[in-house]
Design a protein around this ligand. Structure first.
Ligand code: AMP
Ligand code: MN
Ligand code: ZN
Length: 871
């Protein structure tokens, strides 16, 4: 414990030291020290001797046990241990962290207390970072809105969270409330997050309010459960069977589960006629319930099913997770407000489908585009009968369409949208944030009434305009969640948005960095913006620093994972630098009087950055891939043997990656003078050629996502594992009923509707079970249902070992059928990678009309596309 703690603080020390060691709290002199230097010197000395002393202690499992047999030693250890714990406690308390360090009796609590130490370290380091920034001149005077009693948050004010200054309003700056030491909610999820580079498959497994039953793929456990390796047949045959089965279901797998119901949904007459505008209850007089148990959720669902309308909103966190996390759901009825802890109830939220897909109940959202996707992504929830007040605002042609504007306009309520970007993972949820969240739905039903009335007035009582809002809302509820998919071209889309023209080397760097960050983000379950923000990625590509320090200099602040993997990044940049420039690019640079590597005008400060030194001034490594007679590996990205690479890196220090294109490439010899005249002539001739096909040549370094290596069928099983499995009895009953239903269906298409109802009734048994369980859990001390967590190919926050393991497993690749899921084929690094498109276009075709694709959208930096919809 002590040693890992030591490690942690040295890491932090290095990090802080790098920021600016000399500026430390100049204005806050410590008693007994004339200046900072004196204090630092003293401090370092103390730390050093403490480290030495602790290293000198007898080791556990070695001498320690022997020494411990002496009561004197034991006593000494005990008293010193207490003293240390007391000191740690004090430090932690001083920084406002939780601390129960001294309670040494609880042996079981060791892990918990270790977490406490880690958390406190984070807080303290974070605070140090903030102070250093302050000393460094970064403006921290602006007080962030943060509930009392919370650790100092990190304020990030960047361009993406600035409201557009359009339509005359003054530009407003949002403040991102970012408490660094929030525990990762993902760790507690019953089903692990699936970040693999495979398309999203709906999470639904029972379908309330169905007129068309849920496809057997989702209800039939057998299909989902049986893996090819479970079958007692030769592997090839198992693969074939498996593939056939998968193929059969591929269309169902990617369809909108409520497509049929939505297509056949017509807005009831009474919703198209003049509404009675019902005033909202004052917030102070409204009951607000915080829902974080299954039984409360079940009760809420029951309540909602009886209503003719309710309002919904979600709060989402997208910085410290790859796909984002829905942290909160707010629901307001005419009478009450509800705040649901969706991190806690993530796996049970699906029961709300009963109310959410009930066509007799209107669900009012404001700007539901993202919400609809998040509901599917995190909970398998769908909405039938949606009214989006954002769409209504557009139809009414209001000045602005954001919720705060509607609140001002209709309710004269000033809302404080600053909490919008708060870290919604924080628990317990501070009162201020609860209040904010409530405001998002509390007034919405009144606004819904008012807007419907106005929409009718606008058109002199004709329902056309109102109907168009209902239609637009329906289109939104037909949206399907699409997972960001990495393809070989994803980077281009993002690069184009940078509005910078890159030469071949820079573009290569951008491509490699893009792949690196995508892989790492999926693996570590972080957003790509957390791993490496796009503007930094762009800067590194532009600068092509020759030294790791140059990469660091391109980033401010330096993302933790960049710092950690700066050597890997350096290799990627080196690899990019080896790309031959096009003749035109060289000429363009010569015209500008620049060295062949393009530099931006703004020079970054980096004392060790030698990127502006001409290459010939640096120690030269021959381009045939040899350095000091050590065999040098080709610069492979995402190779299978990551670990081996690490070792090699340490051994070799510098790797050179040979250039990839050989067809038109000049064969440069390290020693130009050793070339014969003829050779030189030849090479000059070759040099004068441009390879017109360069852009079509395959890059040899293909991003290989280990998670994505699984074929689609195994993916199904992986996902299926997560779903609640019904009892075998129920399973049989259901199968029986389905078989019957199928036969009947062939005979009488008319009876379709009844059968669906029957199937829904069956599924309802399930919900009843949930209720039963809720009741049981009420009795039995809150015991929650267990779920089978998926283990294969899933990503966990510290997954490297796990990932290696799953990647090591023998994998079966099945030739995909034409129409079926053709995942990105990572095993082939040549042009066949484009086969991946086949599938993507398939899924996209199946998507609802007009839906924007997010395939290959790599700029998930903070993931929210500003201006997508005004909130
Ligand atoms: P809202 O519907 O306004 O409550 O927003 C829901 C979620 O969308 C918030 O919790 C944020 O995660 C995200 N969000 C809303 N507006 C922005 C924005 N301007 N920038 C980034 N994320 C946003
Ligand atoms: Mn919202
Ligand atoms: Zn909201």
């Amino acid at each position: 414990m002590a040693s890992s703690n030591d490690n942690k603080s040295t890491e932090g020390g290095f990090q802080d030291g790098n920021s600016d060691p000399n500026d430390e709290e100049t204005n806050e002199l410590c008693p007994g020290f004339k200046d900072v230097d004196a204090f630092v010197k003293y401090g370092l000395g103390a730390v050093l001797s403490a480290t030495k002393a602790s290293a000198g202690l007898p080791q556990a499992g070695d001498d320690y046990d022997f020494y411990r047999s002496f009561p004197g030693f034991q006593e000494f250890c005990e008293s010193q241990g207490d003293k240390l714990l007391h000191l740690m406690s004090q430090i932690m308390q001083h920084h406002g962290c939780r601390s129960h360090m001294r309670d040494r009796n609880k042996l079981t609590g060791l892990e918990e207390r270790f977490d406490l130490v880690v958390d406190s370290n984070d807080t303290i380091l974070e605070r140090a970072g903030i102070l250093l920034d302050e000393a460094d001149g970064v403006n921290r005077s602006q007080q962030p809105v943060m509930p009392a009693g919370f650790q100092p948050p990190k304020i990030v004010v960047s361009s993406w969270n600035r409201k557009g200054s359009g339509s005359g309003s003054r530009p407003e700056t949002f403040r991102l409330l970012h408490a660094k030491n929030v525990a990762r909610p993902q760790l507690k999820f019953k089903e692990k997050v699936d970040n693999s580079n495979t398309p999203f498959i709906p999470k639904i497994f029972i379908k309330p309010n169905a007129t068309k039953p849920l496809p057997s793929y989702f209800t039939n456990k057998q299909i989902r459960k049986e893996r090819p390796e479970d079958l007692d047949v030769p592997a090839a045959l198992a693969d074939f069977i498996h593939q056939q089965r998968t193929q059969e279901h591929v269309e169902d797998m990617f369809a909108h589960p409520y497509q049929y119901e939505l297509d056949h949904f017509t807005t009831p007459e009474n919703l198209l006629s003049k509404p009675e505008v019902q005033m909202y209850k004052p917030m102070a007089e409204t009951k607000c319930s915080f829902i974080d148990t299954l039984e409360d959720l079940v009760a809420l669902n029951e309540k909602l099913c009886k209503l003719s309308e309710f309002a919904v909103d979600l709060e989402h966190h997208s910085y410290r997770s790859f796909l984002g996390l829905t942290c909160l759901m707010q629901i307001s009825t005419r009478e009450e407000d509800f705040i649901i802890d969706t991190l806690e109830l993530r796996s049970e939220m699906y029961i709300l489908n009963e109310a959410f897909t009930d066509p007799a109940t209107v669900k009012v959202f404001h700007g539901a585009d993202s919400d609809i996707e998040w509901l599917q992504k995190d909970f398998g929830l769908y909405v039938v009968n949606l009214f989006d007040t954002h769409q209504a605002s557009r139809a009414l042609n209001l000045a602005r369409h954001s919720l705060d504007h509607l609140l001002k306009h209709f309710c004269n309520v000033d809302s404080d949208k600053r909490y919008q970007l708060a870290d919604w993972r924080i628990r317990p949820l501070p009162d201020e944030m609860v209040q904010y969240a409530r405001t998002d739905t509390h007034y919405l039903l009144y606004i819904y009434d008012s807007m419907r009335a106005q929409l009718l007035e606008f058109h002199h009582g004709q329902p056309g305009l109102l109907q168009s809002v209902w239609n637009k809302s329906k289109d939104i509820s037909l949206k399907k969640y699409l997972k960001p998919i990495f393809t070989e071209e994803s980077y281009l889309e993002l690069q184009r948005k940078q509005k910078k023209s890159f030469n071949t080397q820079q573009l290569t760097a951008f491509r490699l960095l893009f792949a690196w960050r995508d892989k790492l983000a999926r693996q570590e379950d972080e957003s790509t913006g957390y791993v490496l923000p796009t503007h930094m990625m762009s800067k590194i590509s532009e600068e092509l620093p020759k030294e790791p320090q140059g990469i660091i200099a391109c980033c401010n602040p330096v993302p933790p994972l960049v710092r950690q993997q700066v050597n890997e990044l350096h290799l990627l940049v080196q690899q990019a630098r080896e790309m031959p420039l096009l003749k035109a690019e060289i000429a363009a640079q010569k015209n500008k009087g620049l060295t062949p590597i393009k530099k931006s005008d703004v020079k970054l400060f980096g004392p060790h950055d030698t990127s502006r030194v001409h290459e010939s001034d640096l120690p030269h490594f021959s381009s045939d891939g040899k350095l000091n007679n050590l065999p040098v590996k080709q610069g492979i990205l995402f190779s299978e043997d990551d670990h081996k690479m690490d070792v090699d890196i340490q051994k070799i220090k510098v790797l050179t990656a040979p250039a990839k294109i050989t067809l038109f490439e000049l064969e440069t010899k390290s020693d130009q003078t050793s070339l014969s005249v003829a050779h030189m002539k030849a090479s000059r001739i070759i040099e004068s050629f441009e390879n017109p096909f360069r852009m079509y040549l395959p890059p040899s370094d293909v991003h290989i996502n280990k998670n994505a290596k699984f074929d689609p069928s195994s993916k199904i099983f992986e996902i299926s594992k997560r779903w609640k499995l019904q009892s075998i009895e129920q399973q049989h009953k259901e199968l029986e009923a389905k078989r019957k239903a199928k036969e009947e269906a062939k005979e009488q298409a008319k009876k379709e509707r009844n059968k669906a109802k029957q199937s829904y009734q069956e599924s309802l048994q399930n919900v009843a079970t949930v209720r039963q369980q809720a009741a049981d859990s009420l009795k039995g001390g809150g015991k929650k249902r267990e779920r089978v967590a998926s283990e294969v190919g899933e990503s966990t926050p510290k997954p490297s070992k796990k990932l290696m393991k799953s990647a090591d497993k023998p994998q079966k690749t099945e030739p995909p059928s034409q129409e079926s899921f053709t995942p990105f084929d990572y095993s082939q690094s040549d042009l066949s990678v484009f086969a991946g498109r086949q599938f993507l276009s398939f899924v996209q075709q199946k998507g609802s009309k007009g839906q924007k694709s997010n395939f290959g959208a790599g700029n998930r930096s903070m993931s929210y596309m500003a201006g997508k919809s005004e909130r």
